[in-house]
Design a protein around this ligand. Structure first.
Ligand SMILES: Nc1nc2c(c(=O)[nH]1)N[C@H]1C(S)=C(S)[C@@H](COP(=O)(O)O)O[C@H]1N2
Ligand SMILES: [Mo]
Length: 403
């Protein structure tokens, strides 16, 4: 054996020593009055809550009208690939309606052989499926167009979350109703005050769209569309209509507010891209990320999330020198298509300033672009569909800021 431990090994030993010193300090300085193993603990309870020591929460957008606003998932505090339902980001155009599942119905009509009305009970008698998908608002990271977006990963990337959704494939309901020629679109409508409407191409409706009532093993949260929502995998969040009450088969799209004046991308030549549904490959480092602090040089695990609306994440590379050199990160299995993928990379921080970046490649060969490449392709008028490479700046004192 090498009699002289390497510097990095010595650093590890120092790290471990300070860790155990910390643990001892914790024990003696903070005797928890009600937590001793010999004392009787709290009684059983019907619905679980997290430890009172945990405080991660959604950040509410600073808005005068919280009913038409949004909240961000604290990605910087996340583990694994699933977002707890209580922390799933929210985006509401007219608040969260209170709907009685016993009275809620879904109407399918328009160019169909048999107009149908389904109650929740009717739907639940059909063969259901559970699938893990991310949902991302196309407005996520919109501040990054000017590189002025939020201080932390919630603010910059937290309009994206990943849940297991349970429901029935929309194709099954459409087969029951019998789509008539020349229908090419479905108009989906929500039961909230704005009656949100989006036009969904029939092809996507038949391919993998779910009519979902379950989220992470229990009913949808009211904020996520209770009791029924569309989940349109990999497409901009806006089309996953919540509080779903109606689907109308039509020949043409409706050109509703949310697909004309909103959710379109204004190009530099004055034209607008429209029906830009797919959320393209994107990634963000969640540790170390803005607002966090590194406790001195030494070994760390860089970690983050990558996702693509086009399918599986194939590779994630991480740079600690602002994109000059890249190293392949380890991808956590299972890598599910159209779901968050967790990546890790060990990093021995030498204490000097570092610019951390990640870039994702999906199974179609699409590589997440740099900020500059995205601006060159789309201009800077866009509000939606920002997926450029994100930089976090680590300073010599260990603080991490948005760059
Ligand atoms: N009925 C209805 N559906 C809706 C919305 C809405 O305001 N009303 N917001 C849309 C937008 S813009 C997004 S990004 C997603 C957000 O879903 P979440 O709140 O479950 O994260 O729902 C979409 N579906
Ligand atoms: Mo959205």
């Amino acid at each position: 054996m090498n009699p002289k431990p390497s510097t990095s090994r010595r650093r590890w030993l120092g790290f471990a020593a300070s860790l155990s010193a910390g643990l001892t300090a914790c024990k003696s300085s903070k005797p928890a009055a009600d937590a001793g193993p010999s004392l009787l603990g709290k009684p059983i309870r019907p619905y679980g809550e997290r430890s009172p020591f945990e405080t991660a929460a959604r950040t509410l957008a600073d808005d005068r009208f919280p009913e038409t606003s949004n909240s961000y998932t604290p990605l910087q505090d996340s583990y694994g690939i699933l977002t707890p339902s209580s922390l799933h980001y929210e985006r509401h155009h007219s608040g969260v309606p209170s709907l009685d599942p016993a009275r809620h119905q879904l109407l399918i009509h328009g160019l169909v052989d048999r107009p149908l009305i389904f109650s929740l009970d009717d739907l639940k008698r059909l063969p259901s499926q559970s699938r893990i998908y991310f949902i991302e608002c196309s407005g996520n990271s919109n501040g990054e167009w000017s590189q002025k977006s939020g201080l932390n990963a919630a603010r910059s990337h937290g309009l994206a979350s990943c849940s297991e959704w349970t429901g029935v494939p929309l194709s099954l309901l459409l087969a029951e109703a019998g789509i008539r020629k020349p229908a090419q679109w479905l108009i989906a409508e929500g039961a909230d005050a704005c009656k949100m409407q989006r036009s969904l191409p029939l092809e996507k409706a038949m391919k993998d769209t779910l009519v979902a009532w379950g989220q992470n093993g229990e009913p949808l949260r009211p904020e996520q569309g209770y009791p029924l929502r569309l989940v349109v995998p990999g497409w901009e969040g806006n089309i996953s209509v919540k509080w779903l009450r109606r689907l109308k088969a039509t020949e043409q799209p409706y050109m509703s507010r949310d697909e004309t004046s909103k959710y379109t991308d204004l190009m530099t030549d004055g034209t607008a891209r429209i029906f830009t549904f797919t959320m393209e490959a994107k990634s963000v480092i969640t540790f170390p990320s803005g607002g966090q602090k590194l406790n001195g040089p030494g070994p760390y695990q860089i970690t983050g999330l990558a996702w693509s609306g086009r399918g599986r994440i194939e590779r994630v590379e991480v740079s600690t020198d602002g994109g000059t050199t890249w190293r392949a990160a380890t991808l956590q299995e299972p890598r599910l298509p159209i779901a968050f993928t967790r990546f890790h990379l060990p990093w021995d921080w030498n204490g000097s300033a570092a610019a951390l970046q990640s870039r994702a490649l999906d199974e179609t060969g699409y590589l997440q672009p740099t900020h500059e490449a995205l601006i060159a392709a789309r201009g800077a008028n866009s509000l939606y569909h920002y997926n450029g490479i994100k930089t976090w700046q680590v300073w010599r004192n260990g603080t991490v800021t948005n760059a």
